[in-house]
Design a protein around this ligand. Structure first.
Ligand SMILES: Cc1cc2nc3c(=O)[nH]c(=O)nc-3n(C[C@H](O)[C@H](O)[C@H](O)COP(=O)(O)O)c2cc1C
Length: 365
């Protein structure tokens, strides 16, 4: 069995899959269900000084198996959330409590929760703190001065300069969580074009598979400037998604939308799939694939001049999958196999993704 346990800020997780803050972990009942579903750790729904008051509906389906939501933070008052957290604290997995938003608020909440619950760590959401770096640093600094436990900073994908932010907050935080949902966005049904969410004009925040590549890029960016753990979150619903984040350098992953769609067992399912993938690929532990993408960056193929696609006639089975995607008219059938008209080829590389035989590669002209 491959070893899928991980350690982040000296907190030990039996597997690297935990829920991301959302309705999937809004109270003790949901957090305990996530543990039953195989989560390696728990992150709570974000709690703030004032309970949220979200107009319904708050969650709808969006394009490409995504979700769009207008949920803000917890609707529970802090006193009630403390009771919920106390129930989960000794449930057998590490507990990370998510809090927000202003400097004074996170300091007050952090101190109170640390005294009452002593969680394994804190995560603070930056979703409503704006895009400027200084106010975000201010929140991190304020929480740092209030608590002893490790602090994870949850990054919003709207932050314009991720690297500058990571550098600026680094001395106050122990790890990063990337990313929160993306937006605001708007989606609706053309058969009934009215707002689908209870928010202003129906706008909301996009999550699930459509945001996975954004999250992956941000995980990579943070790690390119700071050697601190990053927990990847955004669009993960399968073991292979989690593997991709780990290869980008993530130490663990969080899951929200897939749990909302498929239920609490998704955490254990993803964890098992990670183990199976490692096993079948001959890796003994997660550590072996950590940051593999960065390690292989030097293998990136670059071209001084526009290259041309080349097709190996020995491998080509004449399925025409490349011709169907070839809007440049650069590929044609010649004696039962595909061939390239070099002057029409712009060297974009797209057609090779559809070749079932791996018969295509870009070459110097
Ligand atoms: C309905 C909903 C509510 C959420 N609430 C919170 C929250 O309270 N705090 C927070 O930091 N992120 C919140 N998020 C963002 C998720 O934790 C996560 O970062 C984002 O959805 C991307 O992950 P996913 O694609 O797995 O959903 C919420 C997301 C959804 C869909």
């Amino acid at each position: 069995m491959a070893d899928i346990s991980v350690e982040i800020n000296r907190i030990k997780f039996k597997n690297p899959v935990m829920p991301a803050a959302g309705p999937n972990v809004r109270n003790a009942r949901m957090m305990l269900a996530a543990i039953d579903g195989g989560a390696g750790g728990i992150v709570s729904k974000t709690v703030s000084i004032k309970p949220a008051d979200d107009k319904r509906p708050t969650i709808r389906k969006a394009i490409c198996r995504g979700l769009v939501n207008s949920e803000t933070w917890s609707e529970l008052p802090i006193e009630k959330m403390l009771v919920e957290l106390a129930e989960v604290k000794n449930a057998g997995v590490p507990l990370i409590v998510s809090i927000g938003y202003k400097p004074g608020e996170v300091a007050k909440l952090g101190e109170l929760i640390e005294n009452e619950i002593a969680p394994d760590g804190f995560e603070f959401s930056t979703h409503y703190t704006g895009k400027s770096i200084e106010p975000l640093v201010e929140v991190a600094r304020s929480l740092r001065s209030a608590v002893e436990a490790p602090i994870w900073m949850k990054i919003s994908p709207n932050t314009p300069d991720i690297e500058a932010l990571a550098i600026a907050v680094s001395e106050y935080v122990d790890a990063f969580v990337a990313i929160n949902s993306f937006g605001p966005v708007l989606d609706f049904d053309i058969e009934n074009p009215i707002p689908e969410l209870g928010s202003d004009y129906g706008q909301g925040w996009l999550s699930g598979p459509p945001i996975l590549p954004i999250a992956l890029r941000i995980v990579y960016q943070i790690l390119s400037v700071r050697d601190k753990p990053v927990i990847g979150v955004g669009g993960i619903s399968k073991g292979v998604d989690a593997i991709k984040f780990i290869m980008a350098g993530a130490s663990a992953v969080q899951v929200c939308s897939a749990a909302i769609r498929s239920g609490h067992s998704v955490y254990g399912k993803i964890a098992a799939e990670i183990g199976d993938w490692l096993e079948t690929h001959g890796y003994s532990s997660i550590e072996k694939i950590g940051g593999l993408y960065k390690k292989r960056l030097g293998e990136q193929r670059t071209f001084d001049r526009i290259p041309v696609m080349s097709i190996d006639p020995e491998k080509c089975i004449g399925c025409k999958a490349c011709i169907e995607r070839g809007i440049q008219g650069a590929i044609y059938m010649k004696n039962e196999t595909a061939a390239v008209i070099a002057e029409n080829c712009i060297g974009c590389g797209f057609c090779q993704d559809f070749c079932p035989q791996s018969a295509m590669q870009l070459m110097d002209r």
